[in-house]
Ligand binder design. Structure first.
Ligand code: 5GP
Ligand code: ZN
Length: 113
């Protein structure tokens, strides 16, 4: 996916402030943080959104979910966090490579959306 921003970040052609990386995923600080800690976790495989998760690629998503508690700690979160994945137009997804926002580092407003 040569035209995908997050694939370029994975390839290193666009720099990022990395929190964690392994063969399956990359976690890096969001360029426009909406909380004191705002990290994005992405699979190295290009999956366009949650709608693109299948039996064939869900292993990458499972590995991300297994690692998220550790990534949150590495980013300095000690008192809870919110995990968000915007999928599609109505959710306001702007980068079409599956990503999970980890936001925390402060008391977040209580809401369901
Ligand atoms: P979405 O709106 O698709 O759920 O989230 C995309 C996120 O990617 C946004 O929070 C935005 O700030 C972040 N973002 C966009 N471009 C870049 C970039 O070049 N580097 C980093 N680190 N984050 C980016
Ligand atoms: Zn991509």
């Amino acid at each position: 996916m040569t035209d995908c921003l997050f694939c370029k970040i994975i390839a290193g052609t666009i720099p990022s402030n990395k929190v964690y990386e392994d063969d399956d995923m990359l976690a890096f600080h969001d360029i426009n943080p909406e909380a004191p800690v705002h990290v994005l976790v992405i699979p190295k495989a290009h999956i366009p959104s949650m709608d693109g998760v299948t039996a064939e690629n869900s292993c990458a998503v499972a590995k991300i979910f297994e690692k998220i508690p550790e990534i949150a700690k590495m980013a300095g979160i000690t008192n809870g966090y919110r995990l968000i994945s915007n999928c599609g137009e109505d959710a306001g997804q702007t980068v079409h490579h599956l990503h999970f926002h980890i936001v925390g580092g402060t008391k977040l407003p209580v809401h369901i959306v």
